[in-house]
Ligand binder design. Structure first.
Ligand code: DAS
Length: 360
């Protein structure tokens, strides 16, 4: 059946109008979506193995952020996502300079009105340190979520895609605001302060002794608790005012402990030494004088513990008041080091440091 020219023109106009309104509806829907920025730093979540059977043998930090995002079209239904490649490294190689640069970028993005949430893809080895650092120094209530994976995307039952989908879901969620820096791994939403990598070869690797804050399942957050320690917008620390981090190192306690490490760090000029003691932060008798001498040089001595859970009691295993030492509370040695570095940018008073270790 032939349609007369005027009718054909009208039909074309109607169709064009329909397409235009459909396109503008899509554009409006996307504009209405939260905007999440994904900052990629490397790690297994960007890793690649030789075959699908390689779940533990692979090269980390290979896949660029645009490929990571392109491989997850489901994100389009969650948020408007943009990606930036900040680094492409395995996270065991993070330095203080990496922490500062990443923190400055996160801080700048958090101030942008068109950014609703931030995701950082990161290697799992030091993810807990970066998450805690950002928790201490980025002054924002917007959701910041750090995410990694235990298997590369090339492996059978890879965990990265769902972990990243969950991270963007949480970062796009208003109910994730004001909860501090978060970590989404293995369906759980963890506090960046509390979480640590506790298993080095399973997907349920990230745990906190105080439990997860919640879960994220099929694009929905389920919250069960909130952090009580100070963080982000309520922190007295601000990455915009921190341009360098002082030297803080860790010595490990063990049977037949000696003072070689303590003396070496003393000579190297550390500003604080974290002692990862046995038990409740115990110090071997043969090491006490070296730590007292270190304190006498103006170096802060902070008692943590090699035992992962619990917390170090002040004046229990050692007379901290008498020696003018600090206890790390429930923080594991690697977390205590992060807090000590940040705190020393503000004070070198041991009583102020102890207050900070109680509060953060
Ligand atoms: N080497 C590890 C890292 O980059 C790989 C990983 O588990 O992410 O932390």
């Amino acid at each position: 059946m032939r349609i007369s020219p005027p009718a054909a023109t009208a039909a074309h106009r109607w169709l064009a109008g329909l397409l235009l309104s459909a396109a503008s509806a899509v554009a409006m829907a996307q504009a209405a979506q939260p905007h999440v920025v994904v900052l990629a730093t490397g790690g297994t979540i960007a890793g690649a193995g030789a075959s699908a059977a390689n779940s533990a043998t692979y090269a980390a930090a290979k896949v660029p952020v645009d490929k990571l995002l392109a491989g997850l079209p489901e994100l389009a239904s969650v948020a408007r996502v943009s990606g930036e490649q900040v680094f492409q490294i395995a996270s065991e190689s993070f330095t203080n300079e990496h922490l500062l640069k990443l923190g400055q970028r996160v801080s700048a993005l958090s101030k942008q009105a068109d950014v609703d949430g931030i995701v950082i893809t990161h290697g799992t080895d030091t993810l807990e340190e970066t998450a805690y650092f950002l928790n201490l120094v980025v002054r924002t209530n917007k959701p910041i979520v750090v995410v990694g994976s235990m298997r590369p995307g090339t492996a059978l039952s890879a965990d990265g895609a769902l972990n990243l989908y969950d991270a963007v879901t949480v970062a796009a969620s208003k109910d994730a605001a004001g909860k501090g820096v978060l970590v989404t791994m293995n369906d759980e939403i963890q506090s960046g302060r509390d979480v640590s990598k506790t298993i080095n070869i399973k997907t349920e690797a990230f745990k906190s002794q105080w439990g997860p804050l919640g879960m994220v399942v099929e694009g929905k957050n389920y919250w069960f608790r909130a952090p009580v320690k100070r963080h982000t917008a309520n922190s007295e620390f601000n990455i915009d005012e921190i341009h360098a981090l002082p030297a803080v190192d860790i010595v490990y306690g063990y049977s037949n402990m000696n003072t070689t490490g303590i003396e070496a760090y003393s000579k190297a000029g550390v500003k604080a030494l974290i002692h990862a003691g046995t038990g409740n932060g115990s110090v071997a008798a043969q090491a006490v004088d070296s730590l007292k001498a270190l304190r006498g040089k103006g170096v802060q001595v902070i008692r943590s513990a090699r035992v992962p859970d619990g917390f170090v009691l002040r004046n229990a295993e050692q007379p901290d008041d008498k020696y003018d030492w600090v206890v790390a509370h429930d923080l594991r040695p690697q977390k205590a080091r992060i807090l000590a570095m940040v705190a020393l940018t503000k004070t070198n008073d041991s009583k102020e440091l102890q207050r900070i270790f109680w509060e953060y």
